[in-house]
Design a protein around this ligand. Sequence first.
Ligand code: MD3
Ligand code: FE
Length: 219
Amino acid sequence: MTLPLFDDAPGAQPGHIEWLGEQACVLHGQALPHAAALIDAFDAVAAQAPFRHLVTPGGATMSVAMTNCGPLGWVSDRRGYRYSPEDPASGLPWPPMPAVFRRLAQQAAKEAGFGIFEPDACLVNRYTPGTRLSLHQDRDEQDYKHPIVSVSLGMPATFLFGGLTRAERPRRILLEHGDVVVWGGVDRLRFHGIAPLKDHPHPRLGSVRLNLTFRRAGA
Ligand code: MD3
Ligand code: FE
């Protein structure tokens, strides 16, 4: 039997489904055919709701820059974490979720076995070299029965896939341009994060990684 030396070694083929848990998987390369359309649609979102570095309730500034599209957007400030229908920077609604975003998220949820997924929030994270996202759970949504879909674009990242307690040592999984991750059910509350990004410039996006995270945040 041959065991891989590194579980974050590249080499997963587009179309390959990598199961990380009972109800968590990576759809390798699933977004590749749509990457150009996703990035073009995203440019319009960022023009209306620019990236910003949010402050945590503890007062730390996050190294990830964020914006949102869709009916609800995830925000953080000294008062806490929550979903808001308005961009606090402008007081306006978040830009609409582009159809190409929604379709991809729905298709991915279906392929991963979650049935009909109607996201009402899309958080966009922007990473540059050195940016990290420390281990956390996603628990600001109303109902954990809905899955979450994430789409990676641009530079590769090492994603940390932990357990249901912070103490469990996370697995390291390479996420590349075009990879889609879907998780829900028993894996919905796993701790996860992103290791500090290395500089491997991407032909279209340069020294940037974008991550789109689709959620059903409201009822
Ligand atoms: C969670 N974003 O926005 S998504 C977040 O790449 C967030 O920007 C990360 O965590 C990012 O809240 C990671 C990918 C992901 C993959 C597998 C998971 C998150 C997961 C498995 C369980 C729980
Ligand atoms: Fe998260």
